[in-house]
Design a protein around this ligand. Structure first.
Ligand code: GTP
Ligand code: MG
Length: 132
Protein backbone atom coordinates (compact mmCIF):
# COMPACT_ATOMS: atom_id res chain seq x y z
CA UNK A 1 0.00 0.00 0.00
CA UNK A 2 1.11 3.52 -0.80
CA UNK A 3 1.15 6.55 1.48
CA UNK A 4 0.65 10.18 0.49
CA UNK A 5 1.08 13.44 2.36
CA UNK A 6 -1.95 15.73 2.15
CA UNK A 7 -2.43 19.16 3.65
CA UNK A 8 -5.52 21.36 3.83
CA UNK A 9 -4.06 24.83 3.29
CA UNK A 10 -4.90 27.90 5.43
CA UNK A 11 -7.67 29.08 3.08
CA UNK A 12 -9.34 25.65 3.27
CA UNK A 13 -9.22 25.66 7.08
CA UNK A 14 -10.47 29.28 7.32
CA UNK A 15 -13.39 28.52 5.03
CA UNK A 16 -14.53 25.55 7.09
CA UNK A 17 -13.76 22.89 4.49
CA UNK A 18 -11.88 20.38 6.68
CA UNK A 19 -14.81 17.99 6.97
CA UNK A 20 -15.84 18.28 3.31
CA UNK A 21 -12.32 17.50 2.14
CA UNK A 22 -11.56 14.63 4.53
CA UNK A 23 -14.94 13.10 3.70
CA UNK A 24 -13.93 12.75 0.03
CA UNK A 25 -10.80 10.80 0.89
CA UNK A 26 -12.59 8.55 3.39
CA UNK A 27 -15.40 7.81 0.91
CA UNK A 28 -12.78 6.83 -1.65
CA UNK A 29 -11.39 4.29 0.79
CA UNK A 30 -8.11 5.84 1.87
CA UNK A 31 -7.17 5.38 5.50
CA UNK A 32 -6.03 8.31 7.65
CA UNK A 33 -2.82 7.06 9.25
CA UNK A 34 -1.99 10.30 11.04
CA UNK A 35 -3.42 13.82 11.20
CA UNK A 36 -2.66 17.10 12.94
CA UNK A 37 -3.50 20.78 12.88
CA UNK A 38 -0.55 23.14 12.98
CA UNK A 39 0.74 26.51 11.87
CA UNK A 40 3.76 25.86 9.68
CA UNK A 41 6.99 27.63 10.70
CA UNK A 42 8.66 29.53 7.88
CA UNK A 43 11.69 27.19 7.86
CA UNK A 44 9.47 24.14 7.35
CA UNK A 45 7.46 25.94 4.64
CA UNK A 46 10.66 26.72 2.75
CA UNK A 47 11.80 23.10 2.96
CA UNK A 48 8.41 21.78 1.91
CA UNK A 49 8.32 24.01 -1.19
CA UNK A 50 12.10 24.02 -1.87
CA UNK A 51 11.52 22.93 -5.50
CA UNK A 52 9.89 26.34 -6.09
CA UNK A 53 12.66 28.45 -4.52
CA UNK A 54 13.52 30.15 -7.82
CA UNK A 55 9.92 30.81 -8.88
CA UNK A 56 8.59 34.38 -8.91
CA UNK A 57 5.72 33.33 -6.62
CA UNK A 58 7.93 31.70 -3.95
CA UNK A 59 7.75 34.46 -1.30
CA UNK A 60 4.02 34.80 -1.79
CA UNK A 61 3.63 31.02 -1.48
CA UNK A 62 5.56 30.91 1.82
CA UNK A 63 3.52 33.82 3.18
CA UNK A 64 0.25 32.08 2.22
CA UNK A 65 1.11 28.65 3.59
CA UNK A 66 2.26 30.10 6.95
CA UNK A 67 -0.70 32.53 7.23
CA UNK A 68 -2.81 30.31 9.50
CA UNK A 69 -3.33 26.75 10.66
CA UNK A 70 -3.24 23.85 8.19
CA UNK A 71 -4.43 20.28 8.61
CA UNK A 72 -1.65 17.85 7.70
CA UNK A 73 -2.31 14.16 7.20
CA UNK A 74 -0.92 10.88 5.97
CA UNK A 75 -3.31 8.89 3.77
CA UNK A 76 -2.82 5.26 2.88
CA UNK A 77 -4.32 3.11 0.18
CA UNK A 78 -3.85 1.39 -3.15
CA UNK A 79 -2.26 3.83 -5.66
CA UNK A 80 -2.88 6.52 -3.07
CA UNK A 81 -0.44 9.13 -4.45
CA UNK A 82 -1.87 9.47 -7.95
CA UNK A 83 -5.39 8.71 -6.74
CA UNK A 84 -5.30 11.61 -4.30
CA UNK A 85 -3.91 13.97 -6.96
CA UNK A 86 -6.84 13.02 -9.20
CA UNK A 87 -9.34 13.87 -6.44
CA UNK A 88 -7.46 17.15 -5.75
CA UNK A 89 -7.43 18.34 -9.40
CA UNK A 90 -5.08 20.58 -11.37
CA UNK A 91 -3.06 23.33 -9.66
CA UNK A 92 -5.09 26.01 -11.46
CA UNK A 93 -8.71 25.67 -10.25
CA UNK A 94 -10.01 27.15 -13.51
CA UNK A 95 -8.47 24.18 -15.35
CA UNK A 96 -9.27 21.52 -12.75
CA UNK A 97 -11.78 18.86 -13.80
CA UNK A 98 -15.33 19.33 -12.49
CA UNK A 99 -15.90 17.38 -9.29
CA UNK A 100 -12.32 17.73 -8.08
CA UNK A 101 -11.63 19.56 -4.82
CA UNK A 102 -9.89 22.49 -6.50
CA UNK A 103 -12.62 22.84 -9.14
CA UNK A 104 -15.36 22.69 -6.52
CA UNK A 105 -13.85 24.93 -3.83
CA UNK A 106 -11.25 27.27 -5.36
CA UNK A 107 -11.07 30.03 -7.97
CA UNK A 108 -7.44 31.16 -7.79
CA UNK A 109 -4.14 29.36 -8.51
CA UNK A 110 -2.55 30.97 -5.44
CA UNK A 111 -5.22 29.93 -2.98
CA UNK A 112 -6.09 26.43 -4.07
CA UNK A 113 -7.20 24.89 -0.75
CA UNK A 114 -5.11 21.73 -0.63
CA UNK A 115 -1.69 20.19 -1.18
CA UNK A 116 -0.96 16.57 -2.12
CA UNK A 117 2.32 14.77 -2.85
CA UNK A 118 3.09 14.44 -6.55
CA UNK A 119 5.35 11.32 -6.49
CA UNK A 120 6.54 8.53 -4.18
CA UNK A 121 9.77 10.49 -3.58
CA UNK A 122 7.91 13.68 -2.55
CA UNK A 123 5.50 11.64 -0.41
CA UNK A 124 8.36 10.11 1.58
CA UNK A 125 10.17 13.44 1.87
CA UNK A 126 7.04 15.32 2.99
CA UNK A 127 5.94 12.64 5.49
CA UNK A 128 9.43 12.78 7.04
CA UNK A 129 9.32 16.60 7.14
CA UNK A 130 5.93 16.84 8.84
CA UNK A 131 5.59 13.69 10.91
CA UNK A 132 9.10 12.83 12.17
P1 GTP B 1 0.91 21.66 -4.23
O1 GTP B 1 0.16 20.41 -3.96
O2 GTP B 1 0.60 22.77 -3.26
O3 GTP B 1 2.40 21.39 -4.34
O4 GTP B 1 0.37 22.16 -5.63
P2 GTP B 1 0.71 21.56 -7.07
O5 GTP B 1 1.67 20.43 -6.94
O6 GTP B 1 -0.57 21.33 -7.77
O7 GTP B 1 1.41 22.81 -7.76
P3 GTP B 1 2.92 23.30 -7.67
O8 GTP B 1 3.74 22.34 -6.85
O9 GTP B 1 3.37 23.60 -9.05
O10 GTP B 1 2.77 24.69 -6.92
C1 GTP B 1 2.76 24.77 -5.51
C2 GTP B 1 1.79 25.82 -5.06
O11 GTP B 1 2.29 27.10 -5.40
C3 GTP B 1 0.41 25.77 -5.75
O12 GTP B 1 -0.44 24.84 -5.20
C4 GTP B 1 -0.08 27.18 -5.53
O13 GTP B 1 -0.55 27.36 -4.20
C5 GTP B 1 1.21 27.96 -5.73
N1 GTP B 1 1.37 28.36 -7.12
C6 GTP B 1 1.62 27.57 -8.19
N2 GTP B 1 1.72 28.27 -9.32
C7 GTP B 1 1.55 29.56 -8.94
C8 GTP B 1 1.54 30.79 -9.66
O14 GTP B 1 1.72 30.85 -10.87
N3 GTP B 1 1.34 31.90 -8.93
C9 GTP B 1 1.15 31.87 -7.59
N4 GTP B 1 0.99 33.00 -6.92
N5 GTP B 1 1.14 30.72 -6.87
C10 GTP B 1 1.33 29.59 -7.55
MG1 MG C 1 3.49 20.49 -5.86
Amino acid sequence: LERSFVMIKPDGVKRGLIGEIINRFERKGYIIKDLKMMTIPETLAEKHYQEHQQKPFFNELIQYITSGPVVAMILEGENCISGVRTIVGSTDPTKAAPGTIRADYATNIRYNVIHASDSPESAQREIDLFFK
